[in-house]
Design a protein around this ligand. Sequence first.
Ligand code: ATP
Ligand code: MN
Length: 509
Amino acid sequence: MWGARSRFLIVLLFSTAFTIDLLFNILPKLQQRSIRNLRCPCEESFNSSAVLRGSPPLNTTLSKLRQLFSHPLYREQKVARGTGEPLVEKDDAVKYCNYKAKAANRRRARRGDTGTKYQSRVYLASNWLKFHLAIDRYGLYPRLEPFIDDLLEDLAVVDISDVDYTYDEKALNGRCNCKEVVKPSGVHLKLLLKFQNFGKAIFKPMKQKREDETPADVFYFVDIQRHNAEIAAFHLDRILDFRRVPPVAGRKLNLSREVRDLTRNEDLKGTFFISPENNVCFFARCLYSCKTEYAVCGKPHLLEGSVSAFLPDLHIAQRELIENPWSRSYTFADKKEWETNPNYCEKIKRTPPYNTGSRLLNVIDMAIFDFLTGNMDRHHFEVFTKFGKDGYIIHFDNARGFGKHSHDELSILAPLIQCCRIKKSTLLRLKLLSQPDYRLSDVMRESLLHDALSPVLTEPHLLALDRRLQAVLKAVQKCLQQHGFDDVIKDDVGDEFDYMDFNSNAVAR
Ligand SMILES: Nc1ncnc2c1ncn2[C@@H]1O[C@H](COP(=O)(O)OP(=O)(O)OP(=O)(O)O)[C@@H](O)[C@H]1O
Ligand SMILES: [Mn+2]
């Protein structure tokens, strides 16, 4: 009798353990593996190599993300718009990088630091260099290029050779002593990572758990930065086909081994301490808020964060910093003109460079992107000087998005609502992403599974994307009713996609 009962208990124990393993270990791994398969070019997608090799087909053929990227809207339209002029000339860039690498090697040698792990030159096969050389007038990276996924992987694992604070533009331009211009970034603690392959990236540490929502009484300008928002924004921007966010991946850093032991910045080293919980912590040298209560801590050494691939140096690819015409007031009481003047956009439409070309449409694209993430902190933006006033806006700094999933901040959409204009290509993609087969939350969920810090966004944040997408489409619909098709929809793709009716008059005529 006792033997039968204990046998039953043992079986029960094993089956419970197996179910838990299946739910929390095996299934997520299978799902991650199926996402990895996304990295092969889309030709492979439907004669699934998994089936050919005899393994179970999983759900790769049902991948919505793969279907999305195979859609005609997401295939290269080079013929229509010509080849994209590159941001940097290959020979110039390689020469400049080699010069920098040699200088870094000389500095290392002077310090007697000649370990074989350091390369003496820049390799063309490095994914960060491939990324730099592929930036063109149409985006920060091409569609479906496997090196972007390889770069994301590099950002998450490549060995670090040095860590430092980030310095502001003046320092980057060599116009002042770098040590003097550390940004006042006590709240926005971030680090410059230099990799052993000479790649560089910006690390923003985790300051808030994914599950926490920004409290209602917190103003956007004192809101903290979220590392997961940076990662999610990169994926969203790629899914929207803007390709205006530099590649970002999640990474767990060992604060002792990979920051404290590697940095040669004594100020940074000096901010390390051990917390009462025995965790390794550090804070930033800065002009304000440099207190231990603003420190970040590992557990006990490991801390997760976002790693954003560095763009080419300003020396070879200058950028212009521009104030956003819809920037917010960063004080409690003041209001900006766009908040009180209903005809504000009419004024902007007459003001160069918003009066011609695509700058205004690009600001509207950015407003849609920011509305989807809930980012109210777009005070300035940057463009590459080389691409002129029609060049795309770089969607830097998305760390203040994804703060509240239960609130949609319609004021972020002001540029769209007040100007009633949108690129046809943008609208077509938004409409596609509102279809059940390509649903935005589903493709985002799938895309984010690939990141080392998966799950990057909680379900309520993913679902908020669908709700906000509907709000954008509704705003466009209202504009169409008020102003008509020709005034609202700016054709940048021709009639190639007019068959995409989606049972609505928003796209087809
Ligand atoms: N991936 C990158 N490559 C090159 N430069 C970058 C990158 N990410 C950020 N920067 C530069 O650093 C600046 C500050 O970055 P970011 O806005 O993300 O940090 P922040 O802590 O919010 O700083 P701030 O308070 O100045 O906005 C950007 O405006 C940009 O010039
Ligand atoms: Mn910022």
